[in-house]
Design a protein around this ligand. Structure first.
Ligand SMILES: [Zn+2]
Length: 426
């Protein structure tokens, strides 16, 4: 048998097994943004009785479209399987609730919403956001596909439809005369598999002069701050403002303002209206942020190339720290069981041997285990009981709030570790 040269071998493995199409523009996807290996579905927390059943792992291989620059993951599991028993109850984070309350106050003032207005939220979760419009006397409708989560919303007095949102549902509501003055699609765009149908629905459900707001983690910040753990199976797409403007334009929507938010490691709040709306002049923020993105290289395909190397560097730094701590006989616990911890732990190869347990405030997660690694999840009291030397903050985007809540670890000389953008001890 003839031996293959290295360059021949490289060519062999470079051939993609099946070419995928871009979720937005349909072009062939051939260019890797980052390949994070295999990970289990991150919002499935096995109970003790299920630990021997095995779990499905799916690739976290992220592509960037060479034509429209949409950064995207292939869809490996149907959205129905991921979202119908979704464990994420938004209401458990104090800072997140303050964020929602402040959003409602600002929108009501800026767009003069009243008891005669109508606000629709797509992916309304447990009513964490719409409850603040209800308190302010503005009529609302939530749309939420996960039945158990929607029930929690209804108990809070937030009317909620248990449906997947898309052009069909939007048309049904429009035909009933239920178009909205404000549509909130905050932290959902990334999770939409049928992107074009979803955005088409957003236009259909808007009144002619209505306002749409979208919030999503900003791709520019993800790249700048190495936030690779915000990549997980539930997040199919990762948006720059450049690509968002193109996506909305393709569906008859016009971006007229944008704000930068600290949430999720740096998010954008994009304001859009129908392309033919007579109000809502374009604010200067739009051009400014697009210019920043172009300056960072996001307007050319080469600008997306540096991310993979940065991510590997972050992994090595975290492992060096944890291995050092283990060799010194230090005890290490985690704090939080956010979805993104699955990506971080699997990509870095961290198991119970390096982080012995984690804690979470959500009663749903307590007594269960992190997917794949089976690191046990306890209630927060466990930290005081066991007095670990280090507490690794897995939801690093909430690090200030968590460090404040856990100040008491200083009593026994405990320290915090924030893994992203690069392992740092506080
Ligand atoms: Zn594309």
């Amino acid at each position: 048998m003839a031996t293959m040269t290295t360059s021949e071998l490289l060519r062999e493995v470079d051939v993609p097994s099946a070419v995928k199409a871009c979720r937005f523009c349909g072009a062939d996807l051939r260019r890797t943004f980052v390949d994070l290996g295999m990970s289990p579905l991150c919002e499935t927390y096995p109970a003790a009785a299920n630990l021997n059943r095995g779990e499905m792992y799916y690739p976290l291989h992220v592509y960037v479209c060479e034509k429209c620059f949409l950064v995207q993951l292939d869809e490996y599991e149907s959205a129905e399987n991921i979202f119908t028993d979704y464990a994420y109850f938004s209401s458990y984070s104090d800072s997140w609730l303050r964020h929602a309350d402040s959003y409602c106050g600002k929108m009501k003032a800026r767009f003069a919403l009243s008891e005669d207005s109508f606000v629709v939220e797509v992916a309304s979760n447990d009513g964490y956001l719409l409850q603040y419009f209800v308190q302010r006397g503005v009529p609302v409708l939530g749309i939420e596909p996960a039945a158990n989560v929607a029930e929690a919303a209804v108990r809070k007095g937030v009317p909620t439809l248990v449906r997947f949102f898309g052009a069909e549902l939007a048309q049904e509501l429009a035909d009933q005369g239920r178009q909205a003055d404000l549509v909130a699609a905050n932290n959902v765009l990334a999770q939409v598999p049928a992107l074009n149908d979803f955005v088409e629905g957003l236009r259909i459900i808007l009144k002619p002069e209505g306002v749409l707001t979208l919030e999503f983690p900003h791709l520019l910040k993800l790249i700048e701050h190495n936030e690779f753990d915000t990549i997980y199976h539930e997040h199919f797409s990762y948006f720059s403002l450049l690509t968002t403007v193109r996506l909305l334009e393709a569906h008859g929507l016009r971006v007229f303002d944008v704000e930068e938010l600290p949430s999720h490691g740096g998010s954008l709040r994009v304001f859009a209206c129908r392309s033919d709306a007579e109000t809502h002049p374009v604010e200067t923020n739009v051009g400014r942020i697009i210019a920043e993105e172009e300056c960072a290289g996001l307007g050319t395909i080469e600008g997306y190339d540096r991310f993979a190397a940065q991510v590997k560097d972050t992994k090595f730094a975290l492992l060096v720290f944890l291995l050092g701590a283990a060799q010194e006989g230090k005890t290490v616990a985690g704090y939080g069981a956010p979805g993104k911890s699955a990506t971080l732990l699997h990509y870095c190869g961290i198991g119970k041997d390096l982080i012995s347990y984690t804690v979470d405030r959500s009663p749903y997660k307590q007594g269960r285990f992190l997917p794949g690694t089976h690191i046990p999840i306890y209630g927060p009291d466990r930290i005081r009981e066991t007095q670990p030397d280090y507490v690794v903050i897995l939801p690093w985007n909430l690090k200030s709030e968590i460090m404040q809540q856990l100040q008491y670890i200083r009593e026994w000389g405990g320290q915090f570790v924030v893994p992203i953008p690069r392992a740092t001890v506080f």
